[in-house]
Design a protein around this ligand. Structure first.
Ligand code: ZN
Length: 344
């Protein structure tokens, strides 16, 4: 008997299998692309981002002048721009202190990787916190300087008031005893300048009800101006000047409460901007950050701190508060910052 040729037509079942396989492949591609777009941190820390700082020894801690409180001014996107703009309050606060306009951002030069590095004391390659992750998930992997200080100073209080919410949501862990987190955007309806101003005012208002060991302010209007107009624009310069007024508002608040004594003031930036506007890549102005430090206890060396990478901030804050840094930290205290620090 002659064989019947097989039908070339696909059965319904075969078509269904092909459609399901295509959907699965497309889904896998989309999930992989989304993962890389939202959660990818380059795996290797470039050599220039490795800390040159000192890990304080027990003798360094015994010599340390211990501050009652540390106030951190965080200025998003300002790079080294305070050097180029007339900023009378910055000059008043930090003029006799340590100013380094050539600090180094994390790799990549993006906000969350840097704010997380500053507050957690580890590099972006270790904490792996991206902007998307900080918006979506709480950090429960690494303790922040707030959590570490809360362990060391029983009963201490803390205040973190941020224009950019992911810092409080996804970088500073939840449940730190004594920590009050405030969203700047919840304080006022208005543009980024208005929110920055409200953040500064909130710190001043807080002064009359609490004596916090660590205060973090995060200002965002400079970054907005950088994105829209670039780092050589009048708008960027104006944003720096208006942020300077916020520094002044806070500083005058501490002065009015007779709390300059025993307070260490620190100003940090997370990255700069390009001339066209934007950041995230490896140009000099994007990588550039500022570390300015001033205190009333006579231990801050006037001049530049020496090599500073953003994850060194956590080491600086803990040393100023007389707290040993944990072994998992990857930063240290810049070598020319505290006169009391010698290292091994
Ligand atoms: Zn930023």
């Amino acid at each position: 008997m002659e064989k019947q040729p097989r039908s070339r037509k696909l059965t319904k079942r075969q078509i269904a299998c092909i459609v399901i396989a295509a959907v699965l492949v497309a889904g896998a591609i989309i999930v992989t692309a989304l993962y890389f777009a939202l959660f990818f941190i380059p795996p290797t820390t470039p050599a220039e981002r490795v800390s040159q700082g000192i890990v304080p020894t027990a003798a360094d801690l015994a010599r340390a002048k211990v501050y009652d409180r540390v106030v951190i001014f965080g200025v998003d996107g300002a790079g080294g721009a305070f050097a180029d703009v007339d900023t009378p309050y910055f000059d008043e606060i930090f003029g006799e202190g340590s100013i380094n306009y050539d600090g180094m951002a994390q790799y990549p030069t993006i906000s969350a990787p840097n704010w997380a590095a500053m507050l957690l004391g580890v590099t972006a390659q270790t904490h792996k916190i991206t902007n998307a992750k900080a918006k979506l998930f709480a950090n429960d992997a690494y303790p922040s300087i707030f959590g570490l200080c809360a362990q060391a100073r029983t009963g201490a209080t803390f205040f973190s008031c941020c224009n950019w919410d992911p810092i409080n949501r996804g970088i500073i862990e939840d449940g730190v005893p004594g920590l009050t987190k405030v969203s700047g955007k919840s304080l006022v309806k208005g543009d980024s300048f208005a929110v920055d101003r409200a953040v500064a005012q909130a710190v001043v208002d807080r002064l009359s009800v609490a004596d916090d060991s660590i205060v973090l302010t995060h200002f965002d209007s400079v970054d907005h101006a950088g994105h829209h107009y670039g780092n050589r624009s009048e708008q960027y310069k104006t944003a720096i000047e208006r942020t300077d007024e916020c520094l002044g508002l806070v500083y005058e608040g501490y002065k009015a409460q007779n709390k300059l004594e025993g307070t260490l003031f620190i100003l940090v930036t997370d990255h700069g901007h390009t001339v066209k506007g934007g950041h995230g890549k490896e140009s000099g102005s994007e990588k550039q950050t500022t570390l300015a430090v001033a205190g009333s206890l006579g231990d801050i060396i006037k001049g530049s701190s020496g090599s500073y990478v953003t994850h060194d901030l956590a080491s600086i804050v803990l040393y100023a508060l007389g707290i040993p840094q944990p072994a998992h930290f990857e930063g240290g205290v810049p070598t020319n910052l505290f006169g009391t620090l010698q290292g091994e």
